[in-house]
Design a binder for this molecule. Structure first.
Ligand SMILES: CC(C)(COP(=O)(O)OP(=O)(O)OC[C@H]1O[C@@H](n2cnc3c(N)ncnc32)[C@H](O)[C@@H]1OP(=O)(O)O)[C@@H](O)C(=O)NCCC(=O)NCCS
Length: 188
């Protein structure tokens, strides 16, 4: 499937709640997590939808089935991810660098495309639509280290290394924190 036959819709928090199971199913399949992960994640995703600046884009096929989901919100002190990233940045590159990135940013929290729909540009379109109109200075995200389609996408749209090989509390996998200034340039 390509973007040609795909509809992209900005979802309200109510619409997101209604379609939460569908969105989580895509997440679990795309990330190859065990099925129980969806139930664990549901309360967190619902809490995220209440945060300042929360925005969400869904991608739907011609039958109205969700094939992709992306959301994020304004990052703020006190949030778990913000504090983890601050700790890592201060330790590795100092307070000033941390302040530069964390002063005013949009956290791109989740972006996933159903495996059968990957490779056709849906991910990039989700990312671009999610960030269109975001007024924060920067966008930040975390992604597991290692070559992946996600990495290719982030590099293609200009994400830079902010922190590499970082370990979030409670997760043995190394992560990269990537970021860039907003707004994005139009596609090449
Ligand atoms: C990361 C992810 C969201 C990217 O979505 P995607 O739709 O597969 O990716 P893209 O939009 O980048 O498009 C993929 C390919 O389609 C190509 N493409 C772009 N526009 C196209 C079009 N109109 N028609 C055909 N192909 C197109 C791109 O060149 C790209 O090729 P490449 O990956 O070989 O470089 C998706 O692969 C995914 O869900 N991965 C697993 C979950 C994950 O890692 N999520 C991120 C966690 S941090």
């Amino acid at each position: 499937m390509t973007t040609v036959s795909t509809e992209f819709v900005q979802l309200t928090a109510d619409e997101f709640r209604t379609r939460l199971r569908e969105a989580l199913a895509i997440y679990v399949e795309a990330m190859r997590y065990p099925p129980g992960t969806a139930e664990q994640r549901a309360p967190m995703w619902l809490t995220h939808a209440l945060r300042e600046g929360w925005r969400c884009i869904g991608a739907f096929d011609s039958h109205g089935t969700m094939v992709g989901i992306a959301y994020g919100y304004k990052g703020n002190p006190g949030q778990w991810w913000h504090e983890q990233v601050r700790r890592g940045l201060v330790k590795s590159t100092g307070e000033e660098h941390a302040e530069h990135w964390l002063r005013d940013y949009f956290e791109l929290t989740e972006i996933h495309v159903s495996p059968r729909s990957q490779g056709g540009g849906i991910g990039e379109e989700l990312l671009r639509r999610l960030l269109t109109g975001v007024t924060n200075d920067h966008v930040l995200l975390s992604t597991p280290e290692g070559p992946s389609r996600a990495w290719k996408l982030y590099r293609r749209v200009g994400f830079l290394d902010v922190l590499r090989e970082y370990h979030f509390a409670g997760d043995p996998r190394p992560f990269a924190i990537l970021g860039r200034r907003l707004p994005l340039e139009p596609p090449a």
